[in-house]
Design a protein. Sequence first.
Length: 288
Amino acid sequence: MNRLRQMSIFARIVEAGSISAAADTLEVSKSVVSQHLKALETELGLTLLKRTTRRQTLTEAGRNFYSRCKDLNGIIDAAWSEAQELVEEPTGRVRITAPNALMETLITPIIGDLMQQYPRLEPELISSDQHIDFYEHDIDLAIRVGQSKSSNLKQRRLGQFRDVLCGEASLVSRVALDDLNYISNHWQGRQIHHVLTNTKEGSVEYHKEARCMTNSFHSSLSLISQGAGIGLVPDFYLPLVSPKLVPVLPNHHLSLNSIYALNPFSHSVPMSVTVCTQAIEQQLIKLV
């Protein structure tokens, strides 16, 4: 490590024109610069610079050595500049996963805006109602409902929403609640239990065995829209399907669900992940 630092300082001395000027550029003392140069010449067994009180000149060996040290500093400077650009502007690939409903209404509009704002951002979006593995799929950011039990992921609560028990309008108006089929998402299981509350009227408990189960939000939504049964639709999605779908119990509400952003970065979080997370949080506030 000292050898690389000595080579870098030697190049700075040549470019600055003197040890004093190099010390000012590097913001260290003149003695520190002199010591590094002396140690470098001693280790090499060569004189690199001829110095007088008024000027310095490179020896033949010094000229050849400087050309390589200059290249070294060029690499260092380029690496530093590129790293700084990543801090100042999101750059490169960011792979994001989210449930289908959230991806459609929340994530994709935000990512579209960010792509225009940051031309070097390269998003990859994976819609899935399953919790796909971070490391197997190389995920940078996951937007999920509910807190994860994994201790290896950073988690941040972004906001909340409420599921609404819905059905096709004409079906709900003519069939009693207990006689309606239930369309279940895979995460709900077969045995359904809902508690819907109203501050004035109290709570209503609903128990049902699902007649049909699906592994995606859109499959469930399609069945509900066709009048096959009732099921859950997020409140932020309901305006997209109203008035075809309506709440089964419009005066009662299910409990709130929390939305979390998760990432696998233990230390410094990439700017692309931070920018996407913040933008999604702001959009979620507007939606709910």
